[in-house]
Design a protein around this ligand. Structure first.
Ligand code: G4P
Length: 534
């Protein structure tokens, strides 16, 4: 294990060993394969292939929905925990499709670091770039895994240059590949002076490390063919001259990313990456909240809901609120205060997601993710504490970019439709607006695909065929101001006014001109494209 001083030396050992992270990548870069290997080493699954397998085991991922399976995309996020070495890893799965960026953003509020997976042949792709920008907004530490080195890939320096230039972050290699494509034999571990050789025969075998005493150790010549060794020595010299050495503080602040090279499918480089997450992870970080920050080492328990998911089990219509523990030592059965409603809640059946199965969580520490089954009391942004009125901040709701009207195929079922829409709004799967004038609802999403997902879910879960149709509006803005100012504004702009599922006033329009006009004509009103969830 690398010798890194934790940045919060006072944390209890149970918290200091926790690493809560997400993987960001472009589809096909190897996120699923890497997740599978993490779980394999973490002892959470017995055999690689299980994460991807159809049927029951498929639930290890969040692909419960037929639609997700059909399209091969993961629409919703889930969490998985596993142990490796001295660490407990909590991996929060992010949806891979660009249409679900709001969900992804909120997922990233629940983690302390992100692993960025890139395909060695393709470099930084569009979705990686987008997700990276989201991480940057939160100054999340990012660790990079350059995958598929067993295939023809780009020149290593070129990959690093591309990351530095496109993402404006310093890159410091933690390992260096030896040979490319068919000739790829493994990596030189620059942090530990070790040789890591890939076993092509057995994809699930963890490679043996060969301790090397520096690059002039004769042992190298025994394992590395002469022409590759010559290239390695030359390249490592260049690395040490041209690229910055690994600075844990810069990683923590999000200015530098360490990069490991490997091949997830061959289980190669995964072990080093896991050790790297352990060493540079970092441990659970303080959580911004009002009226004060929550520190992970506080004795009292606090946590917040970053995701609500329906249909974890298609046979039961349960909803699970995913809670990131922000402080303290939680024990099953504890009574916590639901800060928004000020009501006590006995948390008697919290679940931990141990890769292949759900398990009752007897305890959880700051950094852990637990699932709390509920019937709708828990919403995204809710804070749970041992009594103190703390509210976790920084979980935004974004104005939708696409709006459509929605109608039940059977007009007699409009009450059912309302119920379904409210459920999705509370889950954060869509924005639902009820216009002040007239009937019906307007649904707002970020990407077109979400309308299809919604239609399919309403039909599947509520047995209700629905039609989405064009709306006269294209933009939505939350209306902020004093109650009096908002009421007055709403009264004189009735045809543009609607209410979101929390009852907050929303201005709908199709013209930027209208938004500018409000700015000019109503100085005591502010229109915003984001709203803090609470
Ligand atoms: P994703 O979740 O990021 O979308 O990627 P996923 O892990 O599904 O991997 C995408 C494809 O890349 C898969 O191939 C997978 O086997 C392959 N792959 C992942 N890691 C490596 C690697 O290290 N080397 C090589 N050569 N390939 C890798 P597929 O053909 O789409 O699926 P499958 O038939 O292998 O399941």
């Amino acid at each position: 294990m690398l010798d890194v001083t934790p940045n919060r030396p006072n944390l209890p050992a149970e918290i200091a060993c926790r690493r809560t992270f997400a993987i960001i990548s472009h589809p096909d870069a190897g996120k699923t394969t890497l997740t599978e290997k993490f779980l394999l080493y973490g002892g959470a699954i017995q055999m690689a292939g299980q994460v991807r397998a159809k049927g029951e085991a498929r639930r290890t991922r969040s692909d419960f929905m037929k639609m997700e399976q059909d399209r091969g995309i993961s629409v919703s996020a889930s969490a998985m925990s596993f142990d490796y070495g001295e660490f407990r890893y909590n991996l929060v799965d992010t949806p891979g499709h660009s249409d679900f960026s709001e969900d992804t953003y909120r997922t990233l509020t629940a983690v302390d670091a992100a692993v960025m997976v890139i395909d060695g042949a393709k470099g930084v792709e569009s979705q990686t770039q987008k997700l990276f920008e989201v991480c940057r907004l939160r100054d999340l530490p990012i660790l990079t895994f350059c995958n598929k080195m067993d295939r023809e890939s780009r020149e290593t320096f070129e990959i690093i240059d591309e990351i530095q230039e496109n993402l404006a972050i310093d890159v410091s290699p933690a390992s260096w590949p030896i040979g490319v494509g068919r000739e790829f034999i493994g990596c030189y571990d620059l942090l530990n002076d070790r040789l890591e050789l890939m076993d092509r025969a057995d994809r699930n075998v963890v490679s043996e490390s060969i301790k090397i005493n520096g690059l002039d150790d004769p042992l190298l010549t025994e394992h590395v063919p002469a022409h590759l060794l010559e290239q390695l020595l030359e390249e490592v010299e260049m690395v040490r001259e041209l690229l910055p050495p690994l600075d844990p503080q810069a990683v923590l602040e999000g200015h530098m990313t360490p990069i490991w090279f490997g091949s997830a499918i061959n289980s190669f480089g995964v072990k080093e990456l896991m050790d790297g997450i352990g060493a540079y992870g970092p441990e659970p970080q303080p959580q911004s909240a009002e009226p004060r920050q929550i520190s992970p080492d506080e004795k009292k328990v606090a946590g917040f809901v970053f995701k609500v998911q329906a249909n974890m089990d298609p046979k039961h219509r349960d909803r699970v609120a995913f809670v990131r523990m922000a402080s303290g030592h939680f024990k099953r059965g504890m009574k916590l205060t639901h800060v928004r409603t000020k009501k006590p809640m006995a948390i008697s059946n919290p679940v931990l997601f141990l890769a292949s199965d759900r398990e009752l969580a007897e305890e959880a520490w700051a950094g852990d993710i637990i699932g709390i089954p509920n019937h709708g009391q828990l919403r995204i942004g809710d804070t749970l504490t041992e009594g103190e009125a703390l509210r976790v901040t920084g979980i935004p709701s974004f104005a939708p970019e696409l709006l459509q009207g929605v109608r039940a195929g059977d007009p007699l079922k409009s009450k059912h439709l309302e119920k379904a829409l409210m459920q999705f709004a509370e889950e954060g799967a869509a924005k639902v607006f009820k216009p002040m004038i007239g009937s019906g609802f307007i649904v707002g999403v970020v990407g077109q695909l979400q309308f299809e997902v919604l239609a399919s879910r309403i039909e599947m879960e509520y047995g209700l065929p629905v039609r989405f149709e064009q709306s006269q509006f294209t933009s939505a803005r939350w209306v902020n101001g004093s109650t009096q100012a908002i009421d007055k504004f709403a009264e004189s702009n009735k045809q543009h006014i609607s209410y979101d599922h929390d009852g907050d006033v929303v201005f709908l329009t199709r013209l930027q001109w209208d938004i500018d006009r409000v700015g000019r004509d109503y100085p005591d009103i502010k229109l915003t494209a984001t709203k803090e969830m609470m």
